[in-house]
Design a protein around this ligand. Structure first.
Ligand SMILES: NC(=O)c1ccc[n+]([C@@H]2O[C@H](COP(=O)([O-])OP(=O)(O)OC[C@H]3O[C@@H](n4cnc5c(N)ncnc54)[C@H](O)[C@@H]3O)[C@@H](O)[C@H]2O)c1
Ligand SMILES: [Fe+2]
Length: 430
């Protein structure tokens, strides 16, 4: 495994002698590190049946299940409610959580949780429903609004216990200290980052993802892959996050096409759910970088779903990033199953970028701003939005100037052969 360019060497053997380096080894990286994750991870097909006994161990007596209408439609809420009731607990359901949640959308749920005197919150759904559950748990009884907690460590104390049950694979939100919301006033997505948001229990049952339609499987699966990739190249990666990120890349790359086009394939769904979980732990500690920083304004201003916006950005941003850490791109390509034998690091990195592009084509995810109806004239506003993501830029291996950001957006502005998108009055409004 390669040394970190410009950083501390990865090997305890300063001579870098043959055999001294192994994948995942960060050697002399002796910085103080803090790693956090839920105390309890429960995984596997049928794991959701354990939710009742586990909620009881947390001391719960009345549990509020938060989900969204798309998940509610599948009828799978019963799989959460029945074991909770079977364990003697009272339950309530809020099934109107909004995907890609706006900040104001949580107000009614907080009131419901307070009025109903619920003492445990279950987030049941994709990243959207889980993020809502995480923030509701800390807002109950606080008199605060989501806006008050935006940023790092602004949540003053632990709230109600949280059990996160993902139905996508996925954001990894079930294990992270982050919840992401659309700020309707500023037209950007903003994160609340706090150790108090980490769920007490993450319950990852791959069977719950079987009902995910192909577009959600592809977009949320690519988000999971990007978490692994960005965590792997993050300047805050550690010897603990590297193996998780690498394994996540392997699991997701070999399964995402099958999961998308044959959603009933249990092997692929299991690999995706576990890859996304590993990616969540990896990026929850190592952070994500430029792909997320440049995709948040696309989501915030143009309401492009998070996974789609990230997939759109991936190859364009990584063409930039790879020059700062070529050997890691070789390793990422290897994890994706590419044969790198006989190639230089530069050639191998190019092959990895080509593999990203092929994935987007195979999964039918847009690749140009024009594909999602974003006009070139929006680029200055997109750059302004991206510049506010300082927390994410701090993790990225290559330092981007505002001009670099604009150049990345320009490179991907218009699909060759298609007409430029006309500027609209709505959309990039600020
Ligand atoms: N907190 C974190 O660590 C973190 C990380 C990445 C992304 N996010 C956030 O998560 C959100 C995206 O989450 P997501 O990609 O999981 O999608 P999502 O939760 O927004 O769900 C997308 C759609 O899929 C439907 N759906 C979900 N599971 C389903 C199932 N099993 N069967 C049928 N339909 C199903 C939902 O009803 C919804 O309509 C964004 O707001 C993003 O910013 C959070
Ligand atoms: Fe993400």
């Amino acid at each position: 495994m390669a040394d970190r360019p410009g950083g501390v060497p990865r090997t305890t053997d300063d001579t870098g002698g043959a055999g001294a380096r192994e994948r995942g080894e960060r050697g002399m990286d002796t910085r103080v590190r803090v790693h956090r994750a839920p105390k309890t991870l429960i995984t596997g097909n049928g794991a959701v049946a354990k939710i009742g006994e586990e909620a009881k161990k947390l001391g719960a007596s009345k549990v509020l299940i938060i989900t969204d209408p798309g998940v509610a439609c599948t009828g799978s809420i019963a799989q959460v409610e029945e074991p909770l009731r079977g364990a003697g607990l009272e339950t309530g359901v809020y099934d109107k959580a909004v995907p890609e949640p706006p900040m104001s959308s949580v107000d009614d749920i907080v009131k419901m949780a307070e009025n109903g005197k619920f003492d445990c919150i279950v987030g049941f759904g994709g990243g959207s429903a889980i993020d809502v559950a995480k923030i509701v748990a800390v807002l109950v009884g606080s008199n605060a609004k989501v806006e008050d907690f935006v940023g790092v460590d602004k949540v003053p104390k632990k709230g109600l216990p949280i059990i996160a049950v993902p139905t996508t694979a996925g954001t990894g939100s079930e294990v992270t200290n982050i919840a992401i919301f659309a700020n309707e006033k500023l037209n950007v997505k903003q994160g609340v980052v706090s150790g108090f948001l980490i769920p007490n229990i993450a319950l990852v049952d791959p069977v719950l993802t079987w009902s995910c339609p192909p577009n959600v499987t592809a977009a949320s699966g690519m988000d999971a892959l990007i978490h692994c990739i960005e965590a792997y190249i993050s300047v805050n990666a550690t010897m603990h996050t590297d193996p998780l990120a690498y394994e996540g890349i392997k699991l997701i790359s070999k399964s995402i096409r099958t999961a998308t086009y044959d959603g009933s394939n249990a092997w692929a769904r299991h690999n995706m759910a576990m890859g996304s979980l590993l990616g969540g732990i990896a990026f929850g500690n190592a952070g994500v970088g430029a792909v997320h920083a440049l995709s948040y304004p696309i989501g915030g201003m143009f309401h492009v779903p998070h996974g789609v916006a990230n997939t759109l950005m991936l190859p364009w941003v990584m063409e930039y990033n790879m020059l700062s850490c070529l050997p890691w791109f070789r390793e990422i390509g290897e994890a994706m199953g590419e044969n790198m034998e006989g190639l230089s690091d530069r050639e191998a990195a190019d092959k990895t970028i080509a593999a990203f592009r092929q994935l987007a084509v195979d999964l039918n995810v847009p690749q140009y701003l024009s594909d999602v109806d974003i006009p070139e004239s929006a680029i200055p506003d997109l750059v302004e939005g991206a510049l506010t993501q300082g927390r994410l830029w701090a993790n990225n291996p290559r330092k981007f100037t505002a001009e670099d950001m604009a150049q990345v957006y320009r490179n991907m502005a218009v699909r060759p052969g298609s007409k430029p998108v006309k500027a609209k009055k709505t959309g990039a409004a600020k």
